[in-house]
Design a protein around this ligand. Structure first.
Ligand SMILES: Cc1ncc(COP(=O)(O)O)c(C=O)c1O
Length: 344
């Protein structure tokens, strides 16, 4: 199936290919003739959405080093950390998560899953994923694992693991390539949420390598376009080197939009809450307020603003995030109640 990934070892975690399906009710609600949804949310491993696909390659790398303890870091409601904890449980490894947030964070959503998967949790009171204290603390944790005779493996996306994760995401491009051929051909545009940008990096690289003309639009959920675009180029090209392919991408190959972040990363925006209700009511899709909901909000707004016409053939990558819906249950419920009261 995959035209790119065979060059890298993988530990199988997910069910592939993830489905690519038309969702006509949602298309009509948005004002599109056609909307295809790539169901990465149905990747089939521990509610992890797009993350276990990245972890398949990262886990192979970890096991090759003889690791017995995974150390990962991200926000307290991180899907990535949750999926890492699940991968550790699946492979019989220990897992330590360094979570950005406060230890009194409510144990719901992904944080609840972290507990269920048996990860050891540590908190760092910062909102900045590039906070210098993070790599320092990660090495201290690794030192303490080594001191007790363990073999740590640090999963920190700015490092080698970022290139591995982007390389892993090219597998999704290969699947889409085959699904487009089996269907009506490549769409005009593809929308997805961009956090670290690694999923986008892998897709953009894969599309270029496979000559898929579809324009990728990454909807940033955290960083400004000026910051994220070069990062995606770097990660994609590091992934290309790892994969041993000659294709390289540049900033002209894709779009990043950064006007749907709202008040900040992980904070539900009114538009993402609207997207949650539209996706649920018209597509039976569960998008979340931090990632897939903000990406869908971007797509809906672009249609409303005329950047897309009803004839534009659109694919939306549903990257998952289902568990975080429950961490924001009160905000989502209030929004739905207000809509009902307003007759919307
Ligand atoms: C649900 C969900 N969607 C999208 C993303 C963004 O993926 P990436 O970090 O590869 O840009 C994430 C990352 O955490 C996520 O959890």
């Amino acid at each position: 199936m995959s035209l790119i990934l065979p060059n890298l070892p993988r530990v199988p975690l997910i069910q592939t290919p993830t489905p690519l399906v038309p969702i006509s009710g949602l298309a009509a609600a948005i004002g599109l003739d056609e909307l295809m949804v790539k169901r990465e949310d149905l990747s089939g491993f521990a509610m992890g959405g797009n993350k276990p696909r990245q972890l398949e390659v990262i886990m192979a790398d970890a096991l090759a080093t003889g690791a017995d303890t995974l150390i990962a870091t991200a926000a307290a409601q991180s899907n990535f950390c949750q999926a890492t904890a699940a991968a550790a449980a699946h492979l019989g490894l220990d897992c330590v998560l360094l979570l950005r947030g406060r230890p009194d964070a409510i144990v719901q959503g992904n944080l609840l899953l972290d507990h269920i998967f048996g990860a050891a949790l540590e908190f760092l009171d910062t909102r900045d994923p590039y906070d210098r204290a993070i790599p320092v603390r990660l090495s201290e944790i690794a030192d303490s694992v080594q001191a007790r005779g363990g073999q740590p493996y640090i999963i920190h996306l700015p490092g080698r693991t970022g290139a591995l994760a982007a390389a892993a995401a090219t597998g999704q491009a290969s699947e889409l390539h085959e699904q487009f051929i089996a269907g009506d051909g490549p769409p005009d545009v593809l929308y997805l949420a961009a956090g670290s940008g690694l999923t986008a990096a892998g897709l953009i690289l894969g599309f270029k390598h496979l000559n898929i003309p579809t324009r990728v639009v990454g909807v940033s959920v955290q960083q400004a376009e000026l910051f994220l675009k070069p990062l995606i180029v770097d990660r994609a090209n590091a992934a290309a080197a790892l994969l041993g392919i000659d294709t390289r991408i540049d900033e002209q190959d894709f779009d990043i939009v950064d006007d749907f972040i709202g008040a900040g990363y992980g904070i539900p925006s009114p538009a993402s809450l609207d997207a949650i209700s539209t996706a649920g009511r018209h597509g039976a899709l569960l998008v979340d307020p931090s990632y897939s909901g903000k990406a869908l909000a971007g797509l809906i707004a672009h249609r409303r603003l005329g950047r897309l016409t009803n004839h534009t053939r659109v694919t939306f990558v549903h990257t998952g995030g289902t568990a975080t819906l429950f961490a924001h249950a009160d905000v989502v419920a209030r929004h739905l109640a207000a809509k009902r009261a307003g007759g919307a």
